[in-house]
Design a protein around this ligand. Structure first.
Ligand code: PHE
Length: 339
């Protein structure tokens, strides 16, 4: 009897089951009413009295081991079956709802990307600025009427502290810290005190660029802007420059691109002219270089600035500027594919 128990202990230790049915078959074979271990226990009656103690212990040990082993096999089979039948481990566990990039971010990234390929680096600065960086360092005299061009928001009780009305302030901050060669692009939000309508807003976004080095000429400016326009609006895009005025550039110009809709023939988008205005530019006024600690007898530079909303409008034909800041999800989701 003891030998039989010993042999069965080994047998039980080595039990294997590939699935739940096999595990259940083992339970029936050993532990059911007609099972082998149950039969052994029934035989216990016939064991001589002097062996009863040891045989009893052994049989219990065998029964416990078999129960435990078979339960283990069942648990493993159950686990395997769920994995195999119910769960696809390659599937995303739940639909992940990704947000979309804001159209202004998309356009800004595109502009920054084009200029970074030309060697421009990114510069950023504060939106709450002092008068010096926004105006005085940019050659706006204290009583210069040009200050009225950009209706400024002032911080109450601090007339010197304002919300920047253009990102030229960032150019000033770069020049005061760094000597040429300087080649930076300054994207950011700017504020102007205008009534909010479909065509104007009290804040919008700009990208300005500044290049200062020896022998920088208007030709360089024109070539870079042509390249930008063609990268942004397509290789057939033409540009034209019209004389203009900015306090910080001399000479100054405004740049038009051939209409992105009709290609220059004239349509409702370009009001029949074939051209769309997109940016202001010019050669940095020597007074600006001097005010920012750069020797204007050695260095010259160009600068340009554009509104991101304007470019986005040309690309996506958004009729109402307010759409850009209202966070209407139906509008924002239009740009999902553009991510
Ligand atoms: N700072 C100008 C504006 O906000 C844009 C500009 C930048 C024009 C650089 C010329 C050169 O209107």
């Amino acid at each position: 009897m003891l030998d039989k128990i010993k042999q069965m202990l080994d047998e039980v230790n080595a039990l294997q089951a590939a699935n739940m049915e096999e595990a259940e078959a083992l339970r029936i074979k050993y532990l059911s009413k007609k099972g082998e271990i149950t039969a052994l226990m029934a035989d216990f009656r016939n064991v001589p009295a002097e062996l009863k103690k040891e045989v009893g212990m052994r049989i219990n040990e065998l029964k416990n081991l078999a129960t435990e082993r078979i339960n283990q096999l069942k648990a493993a089979a159950a686990c395997q079956e769920t994995v195999a039948d119910d769960i696809d481990l390659t599937r995303t566990p739940y639909p992940i709802h990704l947000g979309t990039r804001h159209p202004l971010t998309l356009v800004k990234n595109e502009i920054v990307d084009i200029f970074s390929r030309l060697g421009f680096t990114l510069a950023e600065g504060p939106e709450v600025e002092d008068d010096w960086h926004v105006y005085s360092s940019m050659n706006f005299a204290d009583d210069h009427p040009a200050r009225d061009m950009q209706d400024t928001f002032f911080v109450e009780a601090h007339p010197d502290i304002i919300l920047r009305s253009h990102t030229s302030s960032v150019q000033a901050r770069v020049m005061e810290k760094q000597q040429p060669p300087i080649r930076v692009i300054c994207p950011g939000r700017v504020y102007r005190n205008e009534a909010v309508s479909a065509r104007a807003h009290c804040f919008f976004h700009q990208v300005e660029g500044l290049y200062v080095d020896k022998n920088v000429s208007f030709k360089d400016l024109k070539q870079v802007l042509l390249l930008f326009a063609q990268e942004m609006f397509g290789p057939d895009t033409q540009i034209r420059l019209r004389p203009s005025f900015f306090p910080f550039t001399e000479p100054s110009a405004e740049m038009d691109v051939s209409c992105t809709i009709c290609g220059g023939k004239g349509c409702s988008m370009c009001k029949g002219s074939g051209w769309l205005e997109i940016l202001g530019c010019g050669m940095v006024d020597p007074a600006v270089l001097e005010a920012n600690g750069i020797d204007s007898s050695v260095y010259s530079g160009y600068a340009f600035g554009m509104g991101i909303e304007r470019i986005a409008n040309l690309k996506y034909q958004v009729k109402d500027l307010r759409m850009f800041s209202e966070n209407d999800v139906r509008f924002l989701e239009e740009f999902t594919a553009a991510n």
